[in-house]
Design a protein around this ligand. Structure first.
Ligand SMILES: *Cc1c(COP(=O)(O)O)cnc(C)c1O
Length: 358
């Protein structure tokens, strides 16, 4: 499928943010967006890059009522030589298709998704920030647009991609987060849509996140929805525990989002000779090993921050400090390595990076 390009007239282009360091995540968007339509009888058609603009959506569009909507999140990185690179972007395209399948939405050829991402990034290449750690955040999204009230899979969809420059996550150095273990609310359950990047998961996580914030915590640590004993994720990131010489992360058993950063952490740690165990771990084990001193580090993984060290957990109103609230050595090593690979400063031994053709 060809992608047509309707560029914004240069005189109408928006000014680039002057201060790359103070960009608030998700507030500034570039000049263009990508769109492609789906109708049941026509399939995907009319792929186009157009000026960034509000959508023309029928108030009966099914996504607004029944939540058929999925998305992805990835970044484009500018290297010191000016080249722009993507990190494991093919995995995001495949994951979007898995989310689509789960939500009864049509899949899109991953190679075509990637082509659309690259073409859009190339069109707005001047928006990719220059400072190390800053990047162009890319948000592919698919929504049900058929105007129809009644619960069934829609027959019409829109897939679009928007992008926006974002600052380095840790402009002021690592800042270990404080997490709150919620026993009352759950993010999802096995059999639910927790392993799909679907909009409903985020809406249903807000209430517990607000409670955690009121108590002074940055993120919620989600326990499994059935027994409420096993650790699933933290906020919208995957979670890792360094216990003795072992790196533990919950297995992808149905309620956990299969993070691409998670997978990268596992691959790197194994490559370094670290024992990685994808096993279920109870919150009681976490607290017990923290008390005994065997728990050396906790960190979260995700595209936005890469690695977020956890400095404190609150469980049943008891506070447990992790590695004295400082940044763990493995968290730092993984962060440096992944960032180094993304910005071309470290060898890309796994072939994770792809250069965007300009
Ligand atoms: C996106 C997401 C992650 C992290 O995935 P990455 O591919 O590493 O960015 C983890 N958990 C949830 C719930 C997510 O939505």
């Amino acid at each position: 499928m060809d992608i047509s390009v309707h560029s914004l007239d240069p005189s109408q282009r928006h000014p680039k943010p002057a201060d790359e360091k103070n960009l608030v995540f998700g507030r500034v968007f570039t000049d263009h967006m990508f769109k492609v339509d789906f109708q049941k009888d026509k399939g995907w058609h009319d792929a186009r890059i157009v000026p960034y603009a509000p959508l023309d959506l029928d108030p009966a569009a099914m996504v607004l009522h029944y939540g058929q909507g999925i998305f992805e999140g990835l970044k484009a990185y500018r290297r010191s030589n000016g080249e722009i690179w993507l990190f494991r972007a093919g995995h995001n395209c495949e994951r979007l298709n898995r989310s689509a399948k789960r939500m009864c939405m049509p899949e899109i050829d991953p190679a075509f998704q990637l082509q659309a991402i690259e073409k859009l990034v190339a069109a707005d290449r001047d928006w990719v920030p220059h400072s190390l750690g800053s990047s162009l955040y890319i948000r592919p999204t698919m929504i049900a647009v058929e105007p129809h009230l009644g619960v069934r899979p829609a027959t019409e969809y829109l897939y679009f991609i928007i992008t926006g420059p974002v600052a380095a996550y840790y402009a002021e150095g690592f800042n270990p987060v404080k997490i709150y273990v919620d026993e009352e609310y759950v993010r999802t359950v096995r059999g639910g849509p927790g392993d799909a990047k679907t909009m409903a998961n985020y809406a249903s996580s807000l209430y517990a996140a607000e409670i955690a914030k009121q108590k002074g915590y940055t993120q919620v640590l989600w326990l499994d929805g059935v027994e409420r004993r096993y650790v699933d994720e933290v906020g919208t990131s995957n979670i890792f525990f360094r216990i003795g010489d072992e790196l533990v992360t919950p297995p992808l058993y149905g309620s956990i989002l299969p993070g691409i950063t998670r997978d990268s952490v596992i691959m790197l740690a194994k490559h370094w000779g670290i024992t990685v165990s994808e096993r279920r771990i109870t919150i009681d084990e976490v607290i017990e090993k923290a008390r005994s001193g065997e728990l050396k580090e906790i960190f979260a993984s995700g595209t936005a921050a890469v690695i977020s060290p956890v400095g404190e957990i609150c469980y049943r109103d008891k506070i447990c400090k992790i590695s004295d609230g400082s940044v763990g050595e493995l968290a730092l090593r993984l962060y440096d390595e992944i960032l180094g690979i993304q910005y071309g400063q470290r060898e890309d031994i796994f072939g994770w990076m792809k250069r965007v053709e300009i």
